[in-house]
Design a protein around this ligand. Structure first.
Ligand SMILES: NCc1[nH]cc(CCC(=O)O)c1CC(=O)O
Length: 299
């Protein structure tokens, strides 16, 4: 059997595809597995913010097309970059075991601490909002580009610090750049952060099953249902983080009220004995409704 895996061209995307390919090879030693990389719209246009470009899906479209045209059999994505709706004929076949889902602070080389007026680079409204509460004295400045490009801009002095996902740095072997971890209470991570999604036609589900992690899939189902239910504008900062612990799963969600510019965070815990993604998704939707109603009542 021949399997062609597709990914973006960035070093992180290739590393992630390799991690998935290694797992596939281990379970299917007879298969010939190769990698094809491509540049996506999100990689090409770097002089505009993701919000201006229209948000989600920018890192995905070219790979969807490659799946449709049969140039690749599987696509490996960071789940957090995938739109909440995926095409029925190319579903997410597997969610990989989750890497550390937290956001982290990376200081410019040689800098020991942040001080008043320090410039922190980040690209999402989700991070900007929550950082504003943690570092009211800092200046928050937009940044674009892949992880390595961002680190170059940091060390060149354009920024004093960055906020990045721990997962990307760890997978790139750049853990030593992490100056401080933000707990999920300090900065609620993006839905799916730390999880890779393996996407392809349904017939390949069984083959891809060796890369699936049940806990990650359950957490992803709850987080993505929450966001799907609330997703308004393309640059919406809606965030969700679920964590399986024993036989329960705790979901926290961030709801953003566009009118007031305020946000609130709520949580629900559900039982996972049946390990049912549909139940996880239901909890995500219920939490979304609860937060939205709470806000509607206030104003
Ligand atoms: N939006 C870019 C992106 N997409 C996935 C990751 C990191 C890996 C992950 O979160 O799974 C990153 C970089 C970052 O946010 O620092």
């Amino acid at each position: 059997m021949r399997i062609t895996v597709g990914s973006r061209q960035s070093r992180l995307a290739v590393r992630q595809a390799q991690i998935v390919m290694e797992e596939l090879k281990r379970h299917h030693p007879e298969a010939e597995i190769s990698l094809v990389t491509m540049k996506t719209t999100g990689d090409r246009i770097l002089n505009r913010t993701l919000g201006q470009l229209g948000g989600k899906g920018l890192f995905i479209k070219e790979l969807d097309l490659a799946l449709q045209e049969g140039r690749i059999d599987l696509a490996v994505h960071s789940l957090k970059d995938m739109p909440m709706e995926t095409p029925a004929y190319f579903p997410v076949l597997a969610c990989t075991r989750r890497e550390d889902p937290r956001d982290v602070l990376v200081l410019r080389r040689g800098l020991e601490n942040l001080k008043e007026g320090s410039v922190i680079g980040c690209s999402s409204l989700r991070r900007k909002l929550q950082l504003g509460a943690l570092y009211p004295e800092a200046q928050i400045k937009n940044i674009r580009g892949n992880v390595l490009t961002r680190l170059e801009k940091l060390d060149a002095g354009e920024y004093d610090a960055l906020v990045l996902a721990a997962a990307g740095l760890i997978r790139l072997g750049l853990e030593e750049r992490i100056s401080r971890f933000f707990s999920a209470e300090e900065i609620l991570p993006s839905a799916g952060q730390g999880i890779m999604a393996v996407q392809g036609r349904p017939a390949l589900r069984e083959m891809a099953a060796c890369t699936n992690d049940r806990e990650a899939a359950l957490e992803a189902a709850a987080e993505r249902a929450f966001v799907r239910e609330l997703e308004g504008g393309c640059s919406s900062p809606v965030a969700a983080h679920a964590r399986v612990c024993g036989d329960t799963c705790r979901l926290r969600g961030l709801y953003y009220d566009e009118q007031s510019g305020e946000y609130s965070i709520g949580e629900r815990t559900f039982n996972i004995e049946e390990n049912d993604p549909a139940q996880a998704a239901r909890t995500g939707r219920e939490l979304a409704h609860e937060l939205r109603d709470r806000y509607a009542g206030k104003s």
